[in-house]
Design a protein around this ligand. Structure first.
Ligand code: FAQ
Length: 322
């Protein structure tokens, strides 16, 4: 096949941008600039990895949940996160990359996943704080992504957001029970909020002025709102929720601003953010170790599944048992 000339590529790119500007969804077989494809693979695969690694902090509490009811809910929640990873890997595969390649990148340490999952879950209140804050932040971001320009990603987000709403409710309900409980339970809830607040704000990424990918991602409508806009939305919605619980957000600079019609809030510790991204967060090594172990232990299952699929293929093509 002849390679398109530079002029032809410029025309294709122009037509592509017009489709984006008309709010048309881009589908897997449509022409797209290679940079659009690569940027999507990067963001979607990191998103998928985050869902999968994100099972680990809460997963540690499945055996220690305080009641059978809590255990059943947490089990379902963690399974949902695994499912989100699968939808997202499948959606990423429509861009011409295999799930095996993406998994290899994660296990080799060359692919990122959300910084938040490198923090430890020290008490049961952390399960509540993750549902309320981490899923709450994820949903603010993901509701915006329901309108992303790439069709398979947008459709995966719609389903994921429905499940995330349940996750937020279960987390907030845990926090409500603790906040209305004994002094010790209230202290646990406050301690969890103190430890998860700032890492949650980091989930939205660097400031817009420092965000390497935002310019192109916004132009291509992969991202519909900027990192800072989404972070602000999350802060604004969380203040009343914390007040209702009778808990204090650990930020002395947090204050309503009448001019901006938003809450002002303090500066994130960007050195901590960069250290976590560089693999030096409290649990980075532990998380990667757990993923590598899971991959290794499941190798025989993948082998057996592929062998069975091959046997079925031979049987249906030859009509014989092999
Ligand atoms: N952690 O130029 P930007 C969940 C990286 S799902 C780690 O601003 P971009 C559900 C960024 O990738 C949570 N890395 O990048 C759940 C880039 O690296 P690269 C995951 C981060 O893409 C709940 C570099 O920094 N959600 O929680 C982070 O335009 C409970 C420069 O940054 C998604 O992935 C970070 N926080 O904007 C599961 C949503 N921030 O590729 C279990 C989809 C930035 O150059 C339990 N993703 N980086 O090496 C997005 O919306 C975007 O990718 C952003 C970053 C907003 C995360």
């Amino acid at each position: 096949m002849a390679t398109p000339s530079n002029v032809a590529i410029a025309e294709l790119e122009e037509a592509f941008q017009q489709r984006i500007d008309r709010e048309e969804k881009i589908e897997p077989k449509d022409w797209m600039p290679d940079a659009y494809r690569q940027n999507l693979i990067r963001q979607m695969s990191q998103h998928a990895h985050s869902e999968v690694v994100g099972q680990l902090p809460e997963g540690e509490w499945i055996t220690r949940a305080p009641t059978l009811r809590r255990k059943a809910i947490l089990l379902a929640k963690v399974q949902d996160e695994a499912g989100h990873g699968l939808y997202l890997y499948s959606a990423t595969e429509t861009l011409g990359v295999s799930r095996e390649e993406l998994t290899e990148q994660l296990l080799a340490g060359s692919a990122k996943y959300a910084s938040i999952f490198n923090y430890p879950t020290l008490t049961w209140a952390d399960v509540g704080a993750i549902g309320w804050l981490v899923d709450g932040a994820a949903i603010v971001n993901q509701i915006s992504l329901c309108r992303t320009s790439y069709g398979p990603y947008a459709r995966a987000m719609v389903r994921i957001c429905k499940e995330e709403s349940f996750h937020v409710r279960q987390g907030y309900e845990i926090m409500t029970v603790l906040a209305r409980g004994s002094a010790e339970q209230r202290a646990m809830a406050q301690d969890a909020l103190d430890r998860w607040w700032w890492p949650t704000l980091m989930m939205f990424g660097p400031h817009d002025t420092d965000s390497a990918h935002s310019g192109r991602s916004m132009r291509w409508k992969i991202k519909r709102q900027s990192n800072d806009e989404l972070r602000q939305k999350f802060v604004d919605q969380s203040v009343a929720q914390a007040e209702f619980l009778g808990l204090a957000i650990p930020d002395k600079a947090l204050k309503w601003n009448d001019t901006r019609n938003h809450f002002d809030f303090g500066e994130i510790d960007w050195d901590e953010f960069r250290a976590v991204l560089d693999g030096e967060g409290p649990c980075n090594h532990e998380r990667m170790e757990a993923r590598r172990k899971a991959d290794e232990e499941a190798r025989w299952i993948r082998g057996a599944t592929l062998a069975y699929a091959e046997k079925e293929r031979v049987r249906s093509s030859t009509g014989t048992e092999s």
